[in-house]
Every structure is written in structure tokens, then in C-alpha cells.
Write a protein that binds this ligand. Sequence first.
Ligand code: ADP
Length: 612
Amino acid sequence: MLAFAVFGHLNHSLSQETSSLTNLPPKRVLLLFGEVMSLPGNVMFEQAVRAELQKTCTNRIEFFTEDLDSARFPDEEQFRVFRNYLNRRYARNRKPDLIIAFMGRNFNLATDLRRTIFSTEPFLFVAATEVDIPNDLAELGLTGIVQRLDSVGTLKLMLRLQPETRRVVIVGGVSDTDRLFLRRIEEAARSFDRLSFDFWTNRPIAELPAAAASLPENTTILLSSVRRDVTGQAFYMIQAEQMLTPVSSAPIYTFGGGLIGGGAVGGSVIDTEVLGTRVAQMGRPALDGLPITNQPVEIRTNGTPMVDWRALKRWQISESSLPPNCVVHFQPASIWQEHRNLILTVLAVFLAQGMTIAALLAQRARRRWAEGEIQRQRAELAHATRVSTAGQLASALAHELNQPLGAILRNAEAAEIFLQQPNPDLDELRAILADIRKDDQRAGGVIDRLRSLLKRRNIEHDSISLTDLLQETVNLVQPEAAARRIRLALDLPARLPTVKGDRVQLQQVALNLILNGMDATESREASARQVTVSAREAPDGAEVAVLDLGAGIPADKLPRLFEPFFTTKPNGMGMGLAISRTIIETHGGKLRGENNPNGGATFRFTLPVNGV
Ligand code: ADP
């Protein structure tokens, strides 16, 4: 059989396995091997055939396996004995439904048995040989697979893994089969002119280990077929491999898939597993009684790139140089393969942890968004109340604007009259223009104050002078106070600390408190129509107080003043104090309201100090 198959101690189980438990009559498959069937290459072949056939066949399949062991029984007489034996066993009353012959030397096993004892049974062969394909295969009703040696592929792989190679030593035998292989290698060698080839074919195998031990650098050994050496001793290739690899100073390449594992680095090898699977596919219809000989003979010239991972390490060959389709055997199980469950558990824990963290982050993001949203809504509401406050001030402000505008008009008219005179008094005209400018600035100031109050804006954190802030607020509301005949007083010390915060918001608070104070005094007699804004430096920051002499706050209303929408006024919104308190608290201060001992109420707020 296959010259490359390797011996091994794999247990060879004899046929009669079942593929299913159905009651259909069993199908018989006879596997014939030219070489001894316990060689690993043969075992792999047999397993592949079984697996492939059992995959799809619902019948029970009985497998019968026989070998000729032609390496040790090469003569014609032995072949006759084998044929008779098969004839007795199978040809008469145990006819196979499918015969597959796996041969390494020539086609004789198949063609002879076809002509003599199995003339009608569906019969396939796999021949891993270099001999010419007989012409009468079709006539004999034989088909199958012919696998050729991939010498070029093996030499290419060798150069890919070890580009520094300069010399290749070919180890081969002298049998007919051996010589055929050597001829193929010689042919292939011609296309590798960078390499020198050294044929160790006429030396007794026993001499070779010593010679291989002292090979120089950049040399490799290509182990060809060694069925018989010059001394006439019969070999299996694995024996040659085992003699050489332990001592060789050069890496060994080969063609036999079964040799991968015996110390060789690799090669573009004959992969018996692939051959077994394919020939089983070709034979599968026979188990359903369908013809199979209509399929043409498949000729394969490519091998399967295959390496032994341990040999790569021994010769320090990088795995990165392997071709992409290369089969790597004997690679230690990766951490993943060995600890799959542990890794999965750890990953699951990480995943769970990750998900929890993600959930917490999402929650935080949601909370931040909600906080941002509250902030935004507050600002919106504050703006709305400012607009409503501005509405309250509108008529007073219109009046405030009318005054300068009226003055401007009057001054302009006066200027026109002056200009009609033959000699206008220029000094007078200049004075008029200065007045116009002053009035214009006054009107512009009113508009600016109103605009800054109504502007929709983000909260800012500026350093603010309380003096300026309160002054400005009082200026803004003064016209309204005057219109309502309420005295609005501002009582400030010479120096006040600055505070940090949002100018417009703080102004809004002051405005609210002043307007509320004015509302409270509205119905009072003239002497009580007074609101006083004062500020001082207090122990917990700066304090602003808005005092009125109004009706005061009824005791039962006191706890509810700062609730949103609490109002006692027919057109009140009830948001002023609620918003004011929020504003002051976001500035780090406090807002309180209380009744004065002598009537009226005082609202005061504190703010942390920024500096004087
Ligand atoms: P609004 O002014 O729209 O009613 P506020 O929140 O500013 O809303 O005021 C809520 C309520 O607090 C007022 O309706 C009023 O009853 C009471 N209040 C506020 N300031 C004073 C004050 N200076 N004197 C008496 N009561 C006041």
C-alpha cells in the first residue's frame, strides 16, 4: 500500500460496526489495503471512509478490512494466497455492496481482483502511486482516485519555511516504487536551480544516521520512499524516519501524511483522511444500489501542506511563515481549548460586571440629564416670571421712556427754532445737543436694563458688586414705585462685599421682593407706603433685606409663602418667592420672610461672600 503510511500502535478494530439501529438489512463494505492496515495513514483512511459512509446511510453498515502487506509479502505467490482467501471469504456468499482498495505501489490489487473474483461488485480504488494509469480501467468497471506525489509543493513549502536552504539531501530506496518516486523528485528538482540536490539512494540505510548527523547548515533532508535499500532490506518509511530524525543535524521533509508526527517537519503530503472521505463520497450511491462506475477517475497532483508543530519549534521555524491552508498537527492545546469553561465563566462575570457598570453609568447619565433638565426648566420658569415682572413694570417703564423721548423732542424743536435765527447762538445749540445726548442715554439705559432682564440666557457665575446690583434694581423699579406713590429707599453702607453668582437672577430676586413689598403697602395710608432695601455684611455672608410697612403676613400663611403657586393676589402667579428661594439656594444662600415687630414684613437673603 501507500509507501508513506506510517506504522503505529493504533488499535485496529475489525469491521461489523453499526451506523444505526434500524432493522434494514446491513450493507457490506470491504476495505482492502495493499500495505499493512495498522499503519497510521491506513487507519486514518479507514476512519474517514467509515465516518463519511455512516453519516448518510440509514442502513447498518458492516465493514470488513483486509490487507496484503505487500512490503513484507511482495511476491506473486503471496498475492495468489490473498486472492484465494478473499474469494473464499467474500466472493461466494458474503458479497460486498462496495469494495474500496487502497494501494500504494500500482493498480494490480484492484485490476487483478476485478478480473478474477470481484467482477461485478461496485469497486473503487485509491492509488497513491507514480505509475501510469492503466487504459482498461473503464472497461473493467473500475474508477477511483489517483494521488500523485507533490514534490514541487513539498520543496516549495521547505523553502517557504526555511528560505536559507541551499542543499537538499534526498533519502530514497531502490525498489521499483522507490525509483519512480526518485524520478519525480529529480524532475521537480530541475525547477529549483537555487538548490543543489544530493541523492543518498545507493547507501545502506543503516549508514545514513551517522551521515545525517554531520550535515552542514542550510541543508535539509527530503525523505522519499524507502521500501528497500541497496542491501535488499525491506523498510516502512516510518522506520527510516525514526532512524534519522533523532540524530539528524538537518530538518527532514517528506510526502507522507502519516509521517507527520514521527519527527519530520512536514511537506505537501498525501492526506489519507482527505482521500478516504472523497472515495467514500464516490462510493456512497452503491449502498443504494446505484451505479458508481460512471464517475471519472480523479487525478490529484496537489498534496496537503502539513507540519508538526513540535518540529517547527525544534528547528526554530516561525509559524508566521506557514501557508494559510497549512494543517498544523501536535500543537499544544491553547489556553482557550484547555480552560474553555473557566474562561467562559470569567468572561461571564466580567460581562455581568460590565453590564452593571454600564447600567450605573446610564443611570448616572439619566440623573445628570434630569438635573440638567430641571436646571433648564428652572431657568425657563425664571425667565417666564421675569417676563411677567417686566409686564408689571411696563407702564412705569413706558413712562420712564417717554420722559427722555419727550425731552429729546422738545430740545430738537428748540434747536430748530434757534437755527432759524440769522445768528444762532452756538453755545446754546451745543447745550441743547448735550441735553439730547443725555436724554438719549437715559432712555437707552432703561431699555438696556429691561433687555438684560428679559434675555433668555444660561446661568453665569460672575463676581458681582452688590451695591451696583441693588442700585440698578432700584433704578429699574423706581418709576413703578413713583407711579404707585410708594417711597422706595435704598440704604447701603459705604462698602459692601462682592458676591459670586448670576447677575440677572439675583436682580430678579431683589425685584420680586421689592414688588411684593410694594404690593403689600399698596392699600396702606400714605405714611406706610414705603419699601426700604438695605444690605450689610453679616456673619454668614452678605445680607440683603427688603422691608415694607405693609399689612404683614398672616400667621397661617407664613409656612406656605415659598410654595410654588401660593398666592393671595387676584392676579398673582405664586411663583416669585418659590423661584427666588431656589435662586438664592443655588447660590449657596438662604431666603427668609418674617413679620416686623412694628408691622409690615421683611424678606432677607444672604449670599456667600466673594471678596470686598
Ligand atoms: P405672587 O406675588 O405672584 O403672589 P409670590 O411667590 O411672590 O407670588 O408671593 C406669594 C405670596 O406671599 C403672596 O401672594 C403674598 O400673599 C405673600 N407675600 C409675599 N411677599 C409679601 C410681603 N412683603 N408682605 C406680605 N405678604 C407677602
